[in-house]
Write a protein that binds this ligand. Structure first.
Ligand code: NAP
Length: 298
């Protein structure tokens, strides 16, 4: 249990509601900053302003998935108040106070090294990325259906990258009857694609592989769908870039060629906020329980 552990949530979106419910069930003492417009109250959790919190009493800090912006402000769906995490504030927390964020940002990295407070990046964990690939795949299928006039079944689909998301996409699109080809840079990924029963090629050969592509899904967070590659792709093809911003597509050139190309960040939160929230909540609860169990043993 997390009894008497003071955990502060700074901002966030609907996914944090699952986190609040989970930590509440574990009896944590919760302070919610940036939730004043949320039309729901939680027993045992206080909606407060940043100024009402005594940093010395904070055991852990939970930020939104996006962390902070370049000035330390966090995104809040349920408040219009600006919420900023500053060095002065963080320095007053106990040294063991850990920050949990979806991703890191340059501001957060600097804050962490300046204050010697650990930042745990949940989305860098394999388990979170693999769990998240489930709603990501469902969102991708939804978008592909909305943006094309052909069935996925029998479509020529290229999937770029065979990481945690790429792997789930390959499995789902193959199961739907698409002709799937995978582009990756590591020989072991090409071997895995072969084992999964799909065609595979080295990403450096991408421009030779796209002449009959109908749907292209990119998971590689680097420029791969260059103007050179796009010039070999049919203008009727559809590109869905799921890689983190700015994606891996030359969107300007795609537009010039009349290729429909979209970038779709945050699919889990968009198509399944409850599931996406539960994924974060479960991992967070496990990490907090483990951290405080270790501390009580010391
Ligand atoms: P991952 O497991 O790290 O997979 C990334 C893949 O890209 C790997 O196969 C990696 O190959 C490859 N790659 C990286 N840089 C490359 C380069 N310069 N050239 C060729 N291949 C390269 O990551 P993931 O969890 O699958 O996530 C993939 C991307 O999708 C990330 O940007 C993530 O933030 C994003 N994402 C977006 C959503 C959404 O809602 N839109 C949801 C989930 C994830 P190596 O193994 O050889 O490095």
């Amino acid at each position: 249990m997390l009894t008497n552990r003071h955990i502060v949530l700074l901002g966030g979106d609907a996914r944090q509601i699952e986190v609040i419910d989970k930590l509440n069930a574990l009896d944590a003492r919760l302070s919610l900053v940036g939730f004043d417009q949320l039309n729901r109250n939680f027993n045992g959790a206080m909606k407060v302003n940043m100024e009402e919190i005594r940093p010395r009493e904070v055991d852990s800090l939970i930020l939104p998935v996006s962390g902070t912006n370049k000035d330390g402000f966090v995104e809040t769906t349920f408040s219009n108040q600006p919420i900023q995490l500053t060095k002065d504030w963080l320095e007053e927390t106990p040294e063991y106070c850990t920050i949990y964020s979806g991703i890191s940002t340059p501001y957060l990295d600097k804050l962490s090294s300046d204050t010697n407070r650990a930042v745990v990046k949940l989305f860098e964990r394999d388990d979170v990325a693999i769990f998240n690939s489930i709603p990501t795949v469902e969102g991708t299928i939804m978008m592909v259906i909305q943006h094309t006039d052909i069935t996925i079944h029998h479509a020529n689909v290229i999937i770029l990258g065979l990481g945690r998301t790429g792997m789930s996409l390959v499995r789902a699109f193959s199961a739907l009857g698409a002709h799937v080809k995978v582009g990756a840079r590591r020989p072991e990924h090409l071997a895995r694609a072969f084992e999964m029963g799909v065609e595979a090629f080295y990403i450096k050969d991408l421009e030779k592989q796209v002449h009959d592509t109908e749907i292209c899904i990119n998971t590689i967070p680097a420029m791969v769908l260059t103007s050179r590659v796009l010039s070999n792709m049919p203008a009727s093809s559809f590109i869905m870039d799921v890689a983190s911003l700015p994606g891996g597509t030359d969107f300007l050139y795609a537009k010039k060629r009349g290729i429909k190309a979209i970038i779709t960040p945050g699919l889990p939160g968009l198509v399944a906020p409850k599931t996406a929230g539960r994924i974060i909540a479960k991992v967070l609860a496990d990490l907090l329980l483990e951290k405080f169990a270790e501390e009580s043993e010391q």
